[in-house]
Design a binder for this molecule. Structure first.
Ligand SMILES: Cc1cc2nc3c(=O)[nH]c(=O)nc-3n(C[C@H](O)[C@H](O)[C@H](O)COP(=O)(O)OP(=O)(O)OC[C@H]3O[C@@H](n4cnc5c(N)ncnc54)[C@H](O)[C@@H]3O)c2cc1C
Length: 504
């Protein structure tokens, strides 16, 4: 059915947030605290709060970074487990929304499809499809804050495997997992080698007859205690807020150190990871074939397993790893390039996500369509030539929320600065031709490589560079000058100007 357009004149809010996941709820909190006079609403495509942590329901779903850094700066993570399960994270996000009255600001079932900026009116007209009412609604706002995550919810990445229609068992993608999928006593093959695969395998191995993880090539897998022993002590002896803050900093520094060391001394880090893997596997295990990636640590996101659960399942014979290529699916399983066959009752395709910038929304500025990939990210959150819009995009080498919290702080500072000076419009403009455009995400993982052409570029220097460094971002976003020459302000309607383009 074609959605019909609601006819009333659009409702206006100072700020529209898009997305009610971890970032959108955090954004609501920061706005209420730091810009209390502003009106705002959150437009959410789904029927629920929580984004990732509500949408993903596969066995064992959990964080793969610690909750002292994935949690908000303003709300201590309340549990002992640092590597937390999906339902606990969802509860944390929901509790934040209800405790701070953010829940009431959410308009569910509103999928934002387009936003048009008018410099004459200094406002966005935002178009959303209401799935429940089959109509398109328009709202206007002075500032648009995209908290829409980084991947498509409607379509996971699921490559076509030859012969898949012949397979007599079930094939499921983890993004489409439902509670009624029964795998008890079944032979399961999980295709993939990323965070989702290493989560699924030990979790399913508890009930399945056997789980085989089928990977094309290995990833770096590091084991950490699910319950951080330092956290257990600090939480016992210190007030909750102080313990949380200390643990957060401890984990920030450790993560930064590991990342730096991985980039500067990759051979040393490889050796350390390998030694840890060997210690946790049975003697004589073929580590070279299954656990020796052909890239350096942190060229792709590292996989983390709590308490070595994956290694434990392999050691106990409940799970196994196969490193090979798929030739074809058969009636009974998968035939591999080596000639081997894997029998299966259930195949789980942990093949990844489809990344998308700005929640798939189209953007126009003063009548011209913006090609997102031709813009350059300013401070990793705004886009060159696009006024009054910020996007919450977390770290790729540390917890997402660390950057999102800082992004929110900056957006609030920016809004207050504009009020103080009577500005209605702020637009990042890259006028320095010596700044070289580079890919927005510095990773060679398949899911990044597949989609990076759709994303904005980053620049070779500050404020266009993404440093992926929390300490540096604190200085820039919490304390740095708002007026830096690259962010252009105006208080009256400027001449109509086409959005900026950057060299591809
Ligand atoms: C299985 C899994 C595990 C992860 N584990 C970690 C981890 O341990 N540590 C870490 O740092 N990161 C992790 N991530 C990344 C994770 O997505 C982020 O940590 C975080 O949850 C993202 O929050 P968000 O609110 O920015 O985005 P999301 O959780 O994706 O929420 C975005 C929300 O915006 C809504 N939305 C999107 N587009 C539109 C639109 N056009 N209109 C209206 N609404 C829209 C969506 O419906 C959704 O509710 C994980 C991701 C996955 C998939």
């Amino acid at each position: 059915m074609t959605p019909r357009m609601a006819s009333d004149s659009p409702e206006h809010l100072d700020i529209l947030i898009v997305g009610a996941g971890l970032s959108g709820i955090g954004a609501g909190y920061h706005l209420q605290e730091n810009c209390p006079g502003k009106s705002y609403a959150i437009l959410e495509a789904r029927e629920a709060i929580g984004g990732t942590w509500d949408a993903f329901r596969y066995p064992g779903i959990r964080s793969d970074s610690d909750m002292y850094t994935l949690g908000y700066s303003f709300r201590p993570w309340p549990e002992a487990k640092a590597i937390a399960d999906g339902p606990s994270i969802l509860k944390y996000v929901r509790d934040t929304a209800s405790d701070h009255g953010i829940e009431d600001r959410i308009r569910f079932n509103h999928r934002v499809v387009r936003a048009d900026w008018s410099s004459a009116d200094a406002r966005w007209t935002v178009e959303a499809i209401r799935a429940d009412a089959q109509e398109t609604v328009q709202l206007t706002c002075g500032f648009l804050f995209m908290c829409s995550g980084y991947y498509r919810y409607d379509e996971p990445y699921a490559p076509d495997f030859e012969g898949s229609e012949r397979f007599r068992g079930d094939i499921v993608h983890p993004q489409r997992w439902t509670d009624d999928i029964d795998y008890a006593g079944k032979r399961v093959v999980v295709i993939g080698s990323g965070a989702t695969a290493v989560t699924l395998v030990p979790a399913m191995a508890r009930e399945a007859a056997h789980v085989t993880m089928l990977q094309r090539s290995p990833s770096y897998i590091v084991s950490l205690p699910a319950e951080d022993p330092v956290a257990t002590v600090l939480r016992r002896v210190l007030p909750a807020k102080l313990a949380y803050s200390l643990l957060r900093w401890k984990n920030v520094l450790v993560t930064m150190l590991v990342f730096k060391l991985s980039r500067s001394r990759p051979r040393l880090v490889k050796r350390l990871i390998r030694a840890a893997v060997e210690r946790q596997l049975p003697p004589g295990y073929d580590v070279d074939t299954h656990f020796k990636p052909n890239y350096n640590p942190w060229d792709q996101r590292m996989c983390l397993v709590p308490d070595g659960d994956l290694f434990e399942a392999i050691g106990a014979g409940r799970a196994s790893l196969v490193t090979d290529q798929i030739e074809t699916f058969t009636e009974t399983g998968i035939k591999l390039a080596s000639g081997d066959e894997l029998d299966a009752d259930l195949i789980v395709t942990a093949t990844g996500l489809n990344l998308v910038p700005l929640g798939g929304m189209e953007v126009g500025v003063d009548g011209s369509d913006v090609v997102i990939s031709e813009t350059m990210g300013y401070k990793g959150m705004m886009l060159s030539g696009v006024p009054n819009l910020a996007a919450s995009f977390g770290y790729t080498n540390a917890s997402w929320t660390l950057k999102c919290d800082l992004t929110c702080e900056y957006v609030c500072r920016l809004l207050n600065h504009m009020d103080e000076h009577g500005y209605r419009q702020c637009t990042p403009r890259n006028r320095d031709s010596s700044i070289v455009a580079e890919p927005f995400i510095d990773f060679n993982s398949g899911y990044v490589v597949r989609a990076i052409d759709k994303f904005p570029k980053q620049g070779s220097r500050t404020p266009w560079r993404l440093h992926q460094n929390y300490a540096r971002d604190i200085l820039a976003l919490r304390f740095g000058a708002i007026e830096d020459g690259a962010l252009e302000f105006s208080s009256s309607a400027p001449p109509v100007d086409a959005p900026e383009r950057v060299a591809a």
